[in-house]
Design a protein around this ligand. Sequence first.
Ligand code: ZN
Length: 172
Amino acid sequence: MKQVYELGYDVKTTRGVVKPNEYEVDENDCWVCISHYGVNKEKSKRPVFLKSGKIVVLARAIFEHHKKRKIKKGMSILHFCDNERCINPNHLREGTQRDNIQDMVSRGRANPCKGESHKKARLTDKEVYEIKKLMLHKNYSTAELSSFFGVNEGTIRRIKRGESWKHVTLED
Ligand SMILES: [Zn+2]
């Protein structure tokens, strides 16, 4: 059954369309978001929305709304349930990027045999385009972008400095 989580303000999609923040409860008590998608419009990634022109991760907004406080500086919102699309506040916790990576390794989402390179090495043009667009919004740290796209922070920094992926440009 469709349910709505009210944040108390308009929740827009990345295309700027106001949509109710809808979710369905699954067998693990995960509140699976069905109204909003990830940064690449990918259904498997954590849902995001637009707030005052900035892209915000829905789970972060819900965590803050539920706890009635801001997320501590530099902290990420991690899922106990390992479901990136889940917005059940009881499945969310505050943690560091390091916790996040350790969670991924312990759950077998990352490939521990490859050490640091367990993170995906290659980005697609479309992903780089999204990264550049997100950088323009300036509300994501290098660590956050590296975590979202599964690449090393150095890769993000090189994109930021214009040293790599020069052929991917933003038209707007
Ligand atoms: Zn969950």
